[in-house]
Design a protein around this ligand. Structure first.
Ligand SMILES: *Cc1c(COP(=O)(O)O)cnc(C)c1O
Length: 406
């Protein structure tokens, strides 16, 4: 009797009765709609969204151009498979290539996937094709995050996350992030096909490597004939104040992966590669039923066009500078790191980022704790100066109270 009542109820059951696998520990808020930088919960309360669904909704919620594109496409054609030609994929790939080239056409090639992990899987398979048998290793950074599939989990430089899922696919090694010497020692060109790095390690707590690191890695990879694969799933598409974070160092990687912000919330990923590298794949080497399908790419085309129209990298730089200055002056803040609108607010000893984040949520600000002492802020790139002031004011009041309790 009780069970049937519960099954018929539209209320979300408590965790004991949930039918969801317990892979997440959600915060006790249910968002039902959003607009721009604001989210609304089921009680009608408004929250300033400084997380963007983890660096996804860069144009804000319910962006009219993206919504209109999805709606129009849904009324036209959702899906046909990759057994047929796809003009939309050609168009979007060309636009993406131009952004990787910071405005110039590089002639690179794109594979469309459905997530960041899948974009990285594509990059790893491409690296193995490039390296050939025996030269298949991928070296990545400790602290990195590259996804949850078995291969991208092993590429992820967090050994504690590996143990429960052993044995993982072979051929992954990790070195200290930002340490060129360590990378040089590990990158044996007879065994290593690729170096795979995030330009800034987002999940690790927005960790920025020393200036010049990526340029030096590029040079080492060139000298040794090793691919440089950059995972720009979180940093890409204007987030750090450039179209791609590597542009800050004036280099070009061999392979770039993107996802998160690519469809402004539509699940989609992509792997870009220089044409010579992409040609290591032949038909049959890789594929995806959904990858590159019209519905997803209609969102990507509208997202990229709007991002260019609004010049989101410039906005990220301007609002980022404003936030760094204001946040650095808050009580309990040791340091603010990151670039553009991917920021890590590092708290002083004794303050718990998770507790500050849940207080902030109660006070109407959405953020997340990327490390025990780091609050990650990744607001939509269209955030206004006033909205930034408002977020800082909320964090100030939460941190003032937390510092007193400490
Ligand atoms: C989020 C993220 C991924 C994984 O993306 P999914 O879409 O969750 O598979 C990979 N790399 C980086 C740097 C990320 O931030």
């Amino acid at each position: 009797m009780r069970a049937s009542t519960r099954a018929a109820s539209t209320d979300v059951p408590t965790s004991g009765g949930s039918h969801l696998m317990a892979t997440y520990k959600p915060a006790p808020v249910r968002f039902v709609s959003g607009s721009g930088c604001w989210l609304i919960d089921d009680d009608g309360r408004r929250y300033l969204d400084f997380l963007s669904g983890i660096a996804v909704t860069s144009l804000g919620h319910a962006h009219p151009k993206v919504a209109a594109a999805i709606s129009a496409q849904a009324n036209e054609l959702l899906h046909v498979s990759n057994l047929f030609e796809n003009d939309l994929a050609e168009q979007v790939a060309a636009r993406l290539d131009r952004l990787v080239g910071d405005g110039s056409d590089l002639g690179g090639k794109v594979f469309f996937a459905n997530s960041g992990a899948e974009a990285n899987e594509c990059a790893i398979k491409l690296a193995r094709r490039f390296g050939g048998r025996g030269r298949h290793e991928v070296v990545s950074g400790f602290g990195s995050f590259h996804g949850r599939t078995l291969a991208t989990l092993h590429a992820t430089g967090q050994p504690a996350k590996h143990e429960a899922f052993a044995p993982l696919p072979d051929g992954f090694r990790h070195v200290a992030f930002g340490d060129l010497g360590a990378l040089e020692s590990a990158a044996d060109p007879t065994r290593v096909a690729a170096v795979l790095l995030e330009p800034i390690e987002g999940e690790a707590g927005v960790v920025v490597p020393p200036s010049g690191y990526l340029r030096a890695v590029r040079q080492m990879c060139d000298e040794r004939g090793i691919l440089l694969v950059l995972d720009e799933v979180q940093t890409g598409l204007g987030r750090t104040g450039r179209w791609f974070a590597f542009q800050e160092e004036g280099i070009l990687p061999d392979v770039v992966t993107v996802a998160k912000a690519l469809g402004n919330g539509m699940p989609v990923g992509a792997c870009w590669a220089r044409a010579e590298i992409a040609s290591c794949f032949v038909p049959g080497d890789h594929g995806s039923t959904f990858g590159g399908q019209p519905l997803a790419l209609s969102a990507v085309r509208a997202t990229l066009d709007t991002m260019v129209e609004l010049d989101v990298p410039t906005r990220a730089r301007e609002r980022g500078a404003q936030l760094v200055a204001a946040l650095s002056a808050l009580p309990g803040v040791r340091e603010v790191r990151g670039r553009g609108l991917l920021l890590g607010v590092v708290l002083e000893a004794g303050l718990d980022a998770a507790a500050v984040v849940s207080d902030a949520l109660r006070a109407g600000l959405v953020a997340n704790a990327a490390a025990p002492d780091v609050i990650r802020l990744a607001p939509p790139l269209v955030v206004s100066a006033e909205e930034c002031d408002e977020a800082v004011a909320i964090l100030r009041s939460v941190l003032e109270r937390a510092s007193v309790v400490r």
